[in-house]
Write a protein that binds this ligand. Structure first.
Ligand code: ZN
Length: 239
C-alpha cells in the first residue's frame, strides 16, 4: 500500500468563484479522489493546517508527496520547505504540479530560479510524449491534448532534467518541457506542467493516468539519510 500526501494551498478555491465551481472541495480533493484505490492510500494537507500539515511525522509516513501551490508559496515557512527537501533527499518521492515550479521545496531541490515565461489566455495545449518507454507515460499514446491551459514557455530555468519525457506546445508555437524527472539524493522528483486552477485539467483522464503512474515511479526504493562515515580499508584476507 503506497501512502500519498496531496498538498494544496487551498486558497483560490475559497476566494474565487470560478475556481470553486471547478474544484468545489479543492484541487487536492480532486486529485485524492482519482488516486485513491486499494493500492494507494491518500491523505491531504493544506496551508491552514498546523505546520502546513507537513510535520516530521507526516512526512515520515508519506511515500510520495504531491504539491500544488501558486500565489502563497511565501507562506510556507523556510524550515518546513527544508524539511520537505530533506525528506526527498532521504528517498521520499515528490510530484510538483503546474505553478509549484515556484514553490520553496522545488526551488531548494533545483537550486535555480525556476522562472519561466507564461501567458494566460486559455490556449489549447498538445503535450508530446518524447520518451514513450518511460513508466510515467504508459497508457497515454503519442500525445495528450488539453482544450485550455495556461501557456508555460521556455526558457524554463531548471537544471538539465535527468529525463525529459514530455514537451508541451501551444497555439502560439511556444514549447515547454512539460514532464521532467530528477533524481536528488535517494529521492525521485517529477515536475508536470498542466493544472491551472481555472481549467478542469485534473479531471482529464490522460492527466490522471500520468499522475497515477508518477506516484508508482516516484515511490521510494531505498529510504534513509545518506551519512558521511569514516571507513576502514577492507583487508584482503578479512573474509
Ligand atoms: Zn496557473
Amino acid at each position: 500500500m503506497l501512502k500519498v500526501l496531496v498538498w494544496n494551498e487551498f486558497r483560490h478555491e475559497k476566494e474565487m468563484e470560478n475556481v470553486r465551481e471547478i474544484y468545489p472541495e479543492g484541487i487536492h480533493k480532486a486529485i485524492a479522489d482519482f488516486l485513491s484505490c486499494e493500492d494507494i492510500q491518500v491523505k491531504t494537507a493544506d496551508l491552514s493546517k498546523e505546520e502546513c500539515g507537513l510535520t516530521k511525522e507526516a512526512l515520515e509516513q508519506t511515500d510520495v508527496l504531491i504539491w500544488w501551490g501558486h500565489a502563497y508559496h511565501h507562506e510556507v515557512p523556510d524550515e518546513i520547505a527544508a524539511r520537505v527537501r530533506d525528506a526527498v533527499l532521504e528517498g521520499m518521492g515528490a510530484i510538483f504540479l503546474h505553478s509549484a515550479h515556484h514553490s520553496k521545496p522545488f526551488k531548494l531541490l533545483m537550486g535555480t530560479s525556476c522562472n519561466l515565461s507564461w501567458r494566460e489566455d486559455g490556449d489549447k495545449e498538445r503535450i508530446w510524449i518524447c520518451k514513450p518507454s518511460h513508466p510515467i507515460v504508459q497508457g497515454v499514446g503519442r500525445y495528450l491534448e488539453l482544450p485550455h491551459e495556461e501557456t508555460y514557455a521556455e526558457p524554463f530555468d531548471i537544471p538539465e532534467p535527468d529525463q525529459t519525457i514530455m514537451i508541451g506546445s501551444y497555439e502560439g508555437s511556444e514549447v515547454f518541457r512539460s514532464g521532467c524527472c530528477f533524481y536528488r539524493g535517494n529521492g525521485k522528483i517529477f515536475y508536470f506542467q498542466p493544472g491551472h486552477e481555472t481549467f478542469p485539467t485534473f479531471y482529464e483522464p490522460a492527466v490522471q493516468t500520468i499522475i497515477r503512474n508518477a506516484v508508482y515511479w516516484a515511490a521510494p526504493t531505498y529510504r534513509r539519510k545518506l551519512e558521511c562515515p569514516h571507513i576502514e580499508k577492507i583487508q584482503e584476507n578479512s573474509i
